[in-house]
Ligand binder design. Structure first.
Ligand code: SAH
Ligand code: SF4
Ligand code: F3S
Length: 442
């Protein structure tokens, strides 16, 4: 009988995409991916280090998983991804704390998983946390074991060298590198043939994508890649994430305008509305630069949906500076946001240079104010859609109701509407009749 692997993924979309690479490597070794924890011979947690809370969740999970060893002698538990890269062999030394880990593999070490597994099975130290300057897994076809057949991720680059002061990613993911465009195009063609209707091109900073052709020396940037991917099939929706405000060019916006199947939605993390905080964060743009980019979006892509990431209580943040974040949110009128309390990460520029001096209570209050503001903005944004007709890509049944289906509008909002015999992958024109701050009803 084939052996079974259980994969659990934490963190960003890149990590989910990496888990599909891991599934591919393991399938090649004769493993089947199982959704049943109790059936697993191997359990991999693909982990995230972005905030302390993310790491604590994984450590708790590892503690909880240990009891499975009694029922399954020989069970291998492995830690993959960013925590593997950050904590390295420390993870193999947690047995006295009730956290036994059998193998550790960083984000660039997934080709080595079969060998690591052999080492772990023979009771040796199984660890590979080498970062690479050129690994992109371009030749590995992801096994999309949890994708649902409608929407897929394609990683187009890896790593990040922006070194935002608060961020651990440059340390866990290494040098920025772009993937061969031909391999991206052929992966998209396969998805089209398999009936997928939406792809999201992924990178920590997609708009700095750059590929230099070895033969001709010609350089392909993100706008050109996006255009090529979008031209493959007008029925395939294209999204991308994440864009860094400092690199969002007018060319890219014009490219989005020229291709109707590139969704009119941009995720543009601002982090803070204060120029002084942005400068301490090493974000390389000011409040004004950011608002200029928003103006360009509004001009070139009218009606474009906008979402963002925000951090409350970064080092030295004053009450005034916090208020600037609230006023910027108001000025942009975001449709959606991910909002976080600042969490100091060891080894980052901020940890070395600044004191994490905003008291926990103040951070919590500021985050609550940010969340309340966004709730207002999201509701207002959704109310603006009531009465419009949206093209919705059906993803599946609504979780709340047997008689309804759910899908996403071009602006990335979830729309729930009555099932009239629709299937996942159908495009349906839906009249929006109501909303909450989280979903549209049609
Ligand atoms: N590459 C993307 C985002 C990567 S991490 C970008 O540059 O926009 C996703 C989000 O997590 C970040 O945008 C930021 O808002 C948040 N984040 C990163 N490090 C953090 C930290 N130390 N504490 C709190 N939030 C953090
Ligand atoms: Fe982190 Fe900044 Fe890189 Fe995003 S751009 S991954 S926030 S260092
Ligand atoms: Fe987390 Fe690593 Fe992604 S730290 S957010 S899983 S790049």
């Amino acid at each position: 009988m084939d052996k079974k692997i259980f994969l659990e993924t934490y963190g960003c979309q890149m990590n989910f995409s990496d888990s599909e690479i891991v599934a591919s490597v393991m399938t090649y070794q004769g493993f089947d991916v199982t959704q049943e924890l109790s059936q697993a011979d191997v359990i991999f947690l693909n982990t995230c280090s972005i905030r302390d809370h993310a790491e604590q969740r994984v450590l708790n999970r590892l503690r909880e998983l240990q009891h499975l060893r009694k029922k399954r002698p020989g069970l291998i538990i492995g830690v993959l991804g960013c925590m593997a890269e950050r904590l390295k062999s420390e993870l193999l030394e947690g047995e006295d704390k009730g956290i036994r880990v059998d193998m550790v593999a960083g984000p660039d070490a997934y080709r080595d998983l079969p060998q690591l597994l052999v080492d772990a099975e023979s009771g040796q130290k199984a660890i590979n946390v080498l970062l690479s300057a050129d690994e992109t897994y371009a030749d590995i076809s992801p096994v999309r074991y949890a994708a649902g057949g409608v929407s897929a991720f394609i990683s187009i680059m890896r790593g990040c060298e922006n070194f935002c002061a608060y961020c651990v990613v440059p340390f866990t993911r290494g040098k920025e590198r772009s993937r061969d465009p031909e391999s991206i195009l052929s992966e998209t063609r396969i998805l089209i043939r398999e009936g997928y209707r939406e792809v999201t091109l992924l990178g920590q900073n997609v708009n700095s994508y750059e590929w230099k052709s070895k033969g001709t020396g010609l350089i392909i940037g993100f706008g050109e890649l996006l255009g090529r991917v979008a031209s493959l099939d007008p029925r395939m929706r294209i999204r991308f994430a994440t864009s860094h405000p400092k690199d969002l060019s007018d060319e890219l916006l014009h490219c989005m305008a020229a291709h109707p199947n590139i969704c009119n939605a941009i995720h543009l993390p601002v982090q803070s509305g204060s120029t002084a905080v942005l400068s301490r964060m090493n974000r390389k743009y000011s409040r004004e630069d950011y608002l200029n980019r928003i103006d360009a979006i509004r001009e070139i892509l009218p009606g474009c949906a906008l979402s963002t990431d925000l951090i409350a209580g970064f080092c030295g943040e004053t009450e005034e500076e916090h208020k600037e974040t609230l006023s910027l949110m108001e000025a942009v009128g975001y449709d959606f946001a991910f909002m976080f309390k600042y969490s100091e990460r060891p080894g980052t520029l901020a940890a070395k240079k600044y004191k994490d001096d905003v008291p926990e209570k103040v951070k919590t209050r500021r985050l609550t104010e940010i969340i309340d503001k966004q709730q207002e903005l999201s509701l207002a944004s959704n109310q603006r859609d009531v009465g419009t007709v949206q093209e919705v890509l059906v993803e599946g049944r609504s979780r709340r109701s047997e008689t309804k289906v759910m899908g996403r509008a071009e602006n990335n909002k979830v729309v729930v509407f009555p099932d009239e015999g629709f299937s996942p992958g159908d495009y349906v024109m839906v009249e929006i009749t109501g909303c909450t701050s989280a979903t549209l009803k049609g």
